[in-house]
Design a binder for this molecule. Structure first.
Ligand code: 13P
Length: 256
């Protein structure tokens, strides 16, 4: 399976800054066949960047979209409108779940809307610090994983990239801690076990599972060599071109 390196820029960079970053990154990046590089800029930058990007080297992701295709939904953008502009969309990021109150039902509708519009969802799941402390990690992972996939058919599950992002390991969270590779391994194993039980071995093996949470050039190699991890989702590090390029290089090295 390919590796996936995703940069989630969150609410950072003006359109001009995003364009300059992309220009520099494209110059630096060889065409890696076995590593898919994906950046998720803010919505406003997506359309101009889609005209600038070399899709052989890099793909674009939206950070969010609404699940209805058209209609009276002031302020929203649909997957239908994003079709042709992005190849991926991050869905269910913990910042959307906890700041914008998105629940598994909403996440599931968005995953279905993405698939309907030929955009691959990057479905984020992960427990909070207190859920982990109370021993609820496995239940949270099961609920968010199966909840998020509940509106699509089994044949579409392997089009979804699952991103395990423990909320307590995200750099912007107060007192964020690094997840150890063995903590990541346990949850990734659980994700594949659940996928196998519900959708069968083939689908479980073909569904990419990514890790995210304070990923940087010094820990990327360790996370990428965790059994079952097919890629990384970087936030803060993806804003620094040299760091993001290092993470991509590491993915290339780990694969060869
Ligand atoms: P950091 O890499 O800044 O911890 O962010 C992770 C994240 O939320 C990516 O989606």
């Amino acid at each position: 399976m390919k590796s996936y390196i995703v940069g989630n820029w969150k609410l950072n960079f003006t359109v001009g800054e995003a364009s300059i970053y992309l220009h520099k990154l494209l110059r630096k990046l060889p065409n890696y066949r076995d590593v898919d590089v994906i950046i998720a800029p803010s919505l406003l930058a997506l359309q101009p960047l889609s005209l600038q990007v070399d899709r052989h080297k890099l793909k674009l992701a939206a950070q969010n979209a609404f699940y209805r295709d058209y209609g009276a939904f002031t302020g929203e953008t649909s997957f239908t409108q994003l079709n042709g502009i992005v190849d991926y969309c991050i869905i269910g990021h913990s910042e959307r779940r906890y700041i914008f109150r998105e629940d598994d039902k909403m996440v599931a509708k968005k995953v279905a809307a993405a698939i309907r519009n030929k955009i691959r969802p990057i479905l984020c799941i992960g427990e909070t610090e207190s859920e982990r402390a109370f021993g609820e990690t496995a239940d949270v992972i099961r609920d968010q994983l199966l909840g998020g996939l509940s509106e699509i058919g089994a044949e579409d599950v392997s089009k979804v990239l699952i991103a395990y992002e423990p909320v307590w390991a995200i750099s912007s969270v107060k007192a964020a801690k690094l997840a150890t590779p063995s903590e990541v391994a346990d949850v990734v194993k659980l994700i594949r076990k659940i996928l196998t039980e519900v959708y069968g071995k083939k689908t479980a093996e073909e569904t990419p599972v990514l890790f995210g949470g304070s990923v940087n050039p010094s820990n990327a190699g360790a996370y990428l060599t965790v059994p079952g991890v097919n890629g990384l989702l970087a936030g803060g590090s993806s804003l620094i071109l040299s760091e993001f390029a290092d993470i991509i290089d590491t993915a290339k090295r780990v694969r060869s």
